[in-house]
Design a protein around this ligand. Structure first.
Ligand code: ZN
Length: 263
């Protein structure tokens, strides 16, 4: 039997129960931290702002551990990506580094809903875990639909060879500030990830306001990032945010689907 949540996902009615809060509408300076303290760390986020209550009281929070993936056959409409190069800027939000596209950077389709690429940012170590393994870094590509729904592609990285996308940004990351800095044309396809195997589930934004109803697509293939690149990202954020990953949340019985096209 599918739960109500799963029904909602299989037969999308994106408007239902979805907040209009977008990840870009957050204030620049936030009092939340990733510290293990009950005041402003992840356990206390809901106490910092009445609009953040769901962070600690929601049932569809992210990230989660992706151990219980069930293999499900991909159908054509499950995921189609049409990203393209567009003007972009880079900035530090304090808690992370973000590349934000100003032009039309393309979209992805999930079932019959279109989500436009808005921005990407990095967390380290990873937020999602696979079989309880936490990787060294996680990239989030945030997309929004015309109705304000969010869908995120997550790519996991372990230490190894340099990541091409970060190589193209290395000078900008070293000099990044709180003001938007123009990058010129940035091709999101340079991010480069496999699309044939991926996990999917319904969760939330992983930082306040922790809005639920986010469609997560976590790429199964783990990519690599060099130690220097990871260090540069950690150096560029505000002090205290070198580790900017939320702990895994309870799945509360949610199903996680593992899509595999070549099985
Ligand atoms: Zn994120």
């Amino acid at each position: 039997m599918r739960s109500a949540v799963e029904e909602r996902w299989f037969y999308p009615r994106w408007k239902r129960g979805v907040s209009s809060d977008g990840p870009d509408k957050r204030p620049l300076a936030e009092p939340y931290t990733y510290d293990q303290n009950p005041e402003n760390g992840p356990e206390g986020w809901s106490k910092l702002d009445h609009q953040w209550k769901i962070c600690n009281h929601g049932k569809l929070q992210s990230p989660i551990d992706l151990t219980r993936g069930r293999v499900s056959r991909v159908h054509d409409e499950a995921w189609k990506i049409h990203h393209k190069p567009a003007e972009a800027v880079i900035m530090s939000r304090g808690h992370d580094i973000m590349v934000s596209w100003k032009g039309d950077a393309g979209k992805m389709m999930i079932d019959h809903t279109e989500f436009k690429l808005v921005q990407c940012h990095w967390h380290s170590p990873s937020e999602h875990t696979i079989n309880r393994t936490r990787y060294d870094m996680e990239l989030h590509m945030v997309h929004t639909s015309a109705e304000g729904q969010t869908a995120v592609i997550a790519v996991l990285y372990k230490l190894g060879r340099p990541n091409e996308f970060l190589t193209t940004l290395q000078n900008e990351i070293k000099t990044v500030g709180k003001e938007e800095k123009k990058l010129g044309i940035v091709d999101p396809r340079t991010i480069g990830f496999h699309t044939d195997k991926f996990y999917r589930y319904v969760g939330s934004l992983t930082a306040p306001p922790c809005t639920e109803g986010v469609i997560w697509t976590v790429v199964k293939k783990v990519n690599t990032v060099s130690m220097e690149q990871l260090a540069a990202l950690r150096e560029a954020v505000d002090d205290g945010f070198e580790r900017n990953s939320r702990p895994v949340q309870d799945t509360n019985g949610r199903s996680v689907w593992l899509y595999e096209t070549n099985v």
